[in-house]
Design a protein around this ligand. Sequence first.
Ligand SMILES: Cc1cc2nc3c(=O)[nH]c(=O)nc-3n(C[C@H](O)[C@H](O)[C@H](O)COP(=O)(O)OP(=O)(O)OC[C@H]3O[C@@H](n4cnc5c(N)ncnc54)[C@H](O)[C@@H]3O)c2cc1C
Length: 320
Amino acid sequence: METLDLLIIGGGPIGLNCALEAQKNNLSYLIIEKGTIVNSLYNYPLYMRFFSTAEKLEIDGIPFISTAPKPGRQEALEYYQGIARQRNINIKLYEKVEKVSREDDLFEIKTTKGKYSAKNVIISTGFYDIPNMMNIPGENLDKVKHYYTEPYPYAKQKIVVVGSSNSAVDAALETYRKGAEVTMIIRHSEISKSVKYWVKPDIENRIEEGSISAHFNSELLEIKEKTVTFKNEKGGIHEIENDFVLAMTGYLPDFDFLKNSGIELQGDCLNPFYNSETMETNVKNLYLAGVVCGGKDTHLWFIENSRIHAEMIIRHILSK
Ligand SMILES: Cc1cc2nc3c(=O)[nH]c(=O)nc-3n(C[C@H](O)[C@H](O)[C@H](O)COP(=O)(O)OP(=O)(O)OC[C@H]3O[C@@H](n4cnc5c(N)ncnc54)[C@H](O)[C@@H]3O)c2cc1C
């Protein structure tokens, strides 16, 4: 078995960025990705728009040409997959890393298809694979979706959207405009301040005029085949008719995977431990990159501000 200088787990934008940096510095490397190239973006809502402008999503200074100021999913797929193709990135797809263990000075990486050996490992597995569950009765019904793709299945249906961040607001507006009857159940007292600045007035106006009904300081309690039950801000319990629930309650990194790799998780947000200058974790030669670094606080890191991780890590590897 060849021993690689670097094995990168996860072929998202930041995993690709790490690969480009390794390539430039003549390190032998391999990305192992459990889906397609930039798999999280592939699974985003079809008509989403990034909140970042194109140049903020660029990696390794490669121009991201977009026809609109804020690119959409398809343009981002073209950009990142195009880079992987043109730069001949060494990547294995549809192969999941199951375990990372340290044997003396090397890592053994066990996947669904084989075993690898590497001197250094970067975990850049993101947070988009595990939905943040509400843990209420009925959440396992087929009508409950934790991923929203497009509005067309919901025409003329009674939809409950849970949450008030970007994903929830996009889903509420899109389905409303395709003829769904939309009710939002929101735990907080207002629409999230992080909602895209050009979308926020739209949702607030739709709520104010009554086109979309919204219950603030409210909580979904139970989902049944034809109804949902929720508690509103006055503590009143209401049962309303319902066809689909779009539970836009966020996503979480794979904490078990991080823990089993030996990484310490700290505090309420289960923040994985890393040195903020090198991105090295408490396990020597094991690094973190990208949005996985935030633990439960998935708003902390995004592409824009985690693009720097690649350079920091490769610089540290080369300095040893
Ligand atoms: C709807 C939406 C809109 C967003 N808009 C913006 C924006 O405008 N600007 C911005 O900067 N950020 C934005 N973000 C945040 C950011 O785009 C993403 O979180 C981004 O994908 C992070 O890149 P990453 O490489 O760290 O993680 P990811 O892109 O999530 O990549 C992780 C990869 O690891 C793979 N993987 C996971 N586990 C394993 C395993 N065990 N073995 C092998 N492979 C594995 C996954 O399949 C995935 O491809 C948005 C996020 C969402 C959900």
